[in-house]
Design a protein around this ligand. Structure first.
Ligand SMILES: [Zn+2]
Ligand SMILES: [Zn+2]
Length: 173
């Protein structure tokens, strides 16, 4: 086989893999449209099957794995993710994205960490290793502070509008 032939064969394989991956991406979107994944813990998730009440278990330890046949028989060897794994990946990305948006968004529940006044405004940004943090200023006690996102944001990922997920997660790759 010539170099050019080898090169073409490699490219064909790559585009075939991309096609297989894209199909599963589309399927992952429709999973998220039709049902909600369950988070068992940081590493284990349940994804509803499209045509039954069964739930596939997706695990993320050193690598992503899924118990479905597609993953076990096809994806695993090719280095692809099945639709269930992709669905969880979008789900998690979206959850993070929503958390970030909530930190940056004006939210009526935010209050001064010193005097609990809701009379606060955004003022300036503090650079940090984890990214830019919004600084707030309390008009009542005249103190400046940064809201701790963990304390102030209680996200129930299950309640995020599914259409919104799809919309946001499509912007992600
Ligand atoms: Zn799967
Ligand atoms: Zn205050």
């Amino acid at each position: 086989m010539s170099r050019k032939e080898q090169f073409n064969l490699k490219n064909e394989k790559i585009s075939e893999l991309k096609k297989l991956s894209d199909i599963r991406t589309e399927k992952a979107y429709s999973i998220l449209k039709n049902g909600k994944p369950e988070i068992i813990n940081e590493q284990e998730f349940l994804v509803p099957a499209s045509n039954s009440n069964y739930k596939f278990k997706v695990t993320h330890r050193d690598a992503w794995t899924c118990e479905c046949l597609d993953f076990q028989k096809t994806c695993k060897d090719k280095g692809l993710y099945c639709k269930h794994i992709k669905a969880i990946q979008f789900f998690l990305k979206l959850r993070n994205k929503t958390e970030i948006d909530n930190i940056l968004d004006e939210n009526p529940e935010k209050e001064c960490i010193y005097c609990k006044s809701k009379n606060i405004i955004k003022r300036g940004i503090r650079k940090s290793k984890k990214g830019d943090l919004q600084r707030y200023y309390c008009k009542d006690c005249k103190k400046r502070f940064i809201l701790n996102p963990i304390k102030y944001i209680k996200i129930d990922a299950q309640n995020i509008c599914l259409e919104l997920w799809i919309y946001i997660s499509k912007g992600y790759h």
